[in-house]
Ligand binder design. Structure first.
Ligand SMILES: O=P(O)(O)OC[C@H]1O[C@](O)(CO)[C@@H](O)[C@@H]1O
Length: 556
């Protein structure tokens, strides 16, 4: 990395040019902007410069939140809104302009949209999205407020489908010209990196394998595998959903080991270098959206996921506004004896009966006889289950599932949640009307195991290794392969112009060797090999066979 990560406001302020300045600090709604302004102002004063602050949120229109909102479809849908297509500019009727102070004073314009105020210097203050989600979910202000609604408790539906698309577009548009990137995870000592160093770091990152920072959240079905086997600290009692690589939320840590670090959004790599990251054809098809996600579903010592399906392609576009849909696959990395995967309709499933029972469960708490409608398959380590959009599914208790899926992840159309209630006696949202509108009633009976529980096909092989296709379907744009590598054997691979994602699913680990370096990938870890890498090698480490799950786009 060229340039240094520095810690604290004084170090960031010391790098500002002399003379009167308008300094804009832009960033998401989910920040404690008042503390930021206070900490930054104190550092400016300590540097002997006069300071004045302008909070752009006071210049947002009173109706700003309405102006940027995606409209619910149908109008009273409490579960989803289409992705907002608004711009941060829409928050304002008039974007404020600040006059410079005399001498070498600094006017600090801060808040979402501050970058539009034609500043002399532009900083971007970020907070990884997981903080916003947690703050909104628990009603923690000021961080948990929605864009255009400071001071009012936030809502997740607005966060996911309005705030994030609007703010992400804005961040992406600023990325090529920000003068400093600031990570505010520690609000009293933010870490930061200047703009040229940020961009040279990103340029370096897209030339080699890159691992994103993992974390696990907790859900009502979450288990204990990641806590006990990997040492993750459960947020709220369990390690349910492991964010390995969910591009819209993923971050990459940059900085020297032992020194201050800055977490930058993985998405910056796709925005600043889309062809190097994704490859030319994938970029043409998906723009700057990184289309494959890897995450864990940990139900070991936990419960069943809800029974749900995901939107069909056309519905996803028309109703939710995502250009591609949430096709999924489950790879069983570990499971307890007797663990199960629910997948596909039974031969004689009747969606009308199922719907009446689902409604009965909601209205009267009557259990749904799920096995009448949905097939139950034994979970076995190493098996991949294909879950095209519209297929009802759930991982049962006792599994560690590696999900290899299309990137959209916020569209679980739940039919049934096993009558679970939270401490306050509330059920989780059950958008079953959307579920039934998307249920693929043709995929049932024997077709389910035949098409969706595939047997591995060897694609190529060499001394001590083979590469298998373990899941591919005509309607899915990606395929899942597996490399079986004997101890110390080496596989030569090539991105051939499209990124690969690798995960060590069995064995101690593997070394990923490229022309410029080597990276050790331990069991259960995931890494992206950008398209620009070209040829690379996978070397098995440890005394046991190593299994590497690999995903790639096959039909852009
Ligand atoms: O609705 P539940 O039970 O929380 O399950 C949601 C999870 O299911 C999945 O769609 C997997 O099937 C995940 O992507 C998602 O996080």
């Amino acid at each position: 990395m060229e340039g240094r990560v520095v810690a604290g406001w004084p170090a960031a302020v010391a790098a500002l040019p002399a003379g009167p300045l308008v300094l804009s600090v832009d960033g998401p709604a989910a920040l404690d902007w008042a503390s930021l302004a206070e900490g930054l102002s104190a550092a400016v004063r300590a540097a002997g410069r006069e300071v004045r602050t302008v909070d752009v949120r006071h210049h947002h229109e009173p109706t700003a939140a309405d102006r940027i909102a995606g409209r619910p479809v149908p109008a009273d849908d409490p579960f989803f809104t289409p992705l907002s297509e608004a711009q941060v500019r829409d928050l304002f009727s008039v974007v404020p302009r600040a006059d410079r102070l005399p001498g070498d004073g600094i006017v600090v314009v801060f808040g979402p949209g501050a970058g539009l105020c034609e500043p002399d210097v532009l900083w971007y203050a970020d907070l990884p999205k997981r903080y916003a989600e947690a703050a909104v979910a628990h009603g923690r202000l000021p961080v948990g407020a929605n864009l255009g609604r400071p001071g009012r408790p936030g809502e997740l539906v607005r966060l996911f489908y309005t705030d994030w698309p609007v703010l992400d577009r804005h961040r992406d548009a600023l990325a090529a010209r920000v003068d400093r990137w600031i990570d505010t995870q520690d609000p009293s000592t933010p870490t930061s990196l200047d703009g040229p160093a940020l961009r040279s770091t990103v340029e370096h990152l897209v030339r080699g394998p890159v691992r994103t920072r993992p974390y696990f959240n907790s859900t009502p079905w979450g288990g204990q595998w990641a806590a006990s086997e990997l040492g993750f600290t459960p947020q709220a009692g369990n390690t349910a959903l492991g964010y390995e690589l969910i591009a819209p939320e993923a971050g990459v840590l940059v900085g020297d080991t032992g020194g201050p670090r800055v977490e930058i959004p993985f998405q910056l790599l796709c925005v600043l270098h889309p062809k190097a990251m994704l490859g030319e054809e994938v970029h043409r098809a998906f723009g700057t959206s990184f289309p494959i996600r890897f995450d864990y579903l940990d139900t070991v010592g936990g419960g069943n996921l809800s029974l749900h399906c995901h939107p069909q392609e056309q519905y996803m576009r028309d109703v939710f506004g995502w250009p591609y849909t949430q096709h999924e696959t489950y790879y069983v990395t570990a499971c307890e004896p007797g663990a199960q995967i629910l997948l596909g309709l039974t031969e004689h499933a009747d969606p009308d009966v199922m719907r009446r029972q689902v409604e009965d469960a909601v209205a009267h708490g009557t259990p749904v006889p799920v096995e009448d409608h949905v097939q139950i398959h034994p979970a076995t380590v190493g098996q991949l289950f294909m879950i095209p959009a519209g297929t009802p599914h759930a991982s049962g208790a006792g599994n560690l599932v590696l999900e290899v899926s299309a990137t959209p992840y916020l569209y679980s159309l739940r039919f049934y949640d096993w009558l679970r209630k939270d401490a306050a006696g509330a059920s989780r949202p059950l958008p079953y009307a959307h579920g039934f509108a998307n249920l693929d009633t043709t995929r049932r009976g024997e077709d389910v195991p035949k098409d969706l529980i595939q047997q591995p096909r060897t694609l190529r092989a060499g001394e001590g290794w083979r590469e298998e296709v373990i899941g591919a379907l005509p309607e899915m744009f990606y395929a899942v392969h597996r490399l079986i590598v004997a101890p110390e054997a080496v596989v030569a691979d090539d991105t051939a112009g499209r990124f690969h994602i690798l995960n060590v699913a069995a064995g101690r680990g593997a070394v990923i060797e490229t022309e410029t370096g080597s990276h050790f990938l331990a069991f259960a870890e995931t890494i992206t090999v950008p398209a620009a890498v070209g040829p690379y090698r996978i070397r098995a480490v440890g005394g046991d066979e190593v299994h590497v799950v690999k995903a790639l786009v096959v039909r852009p």
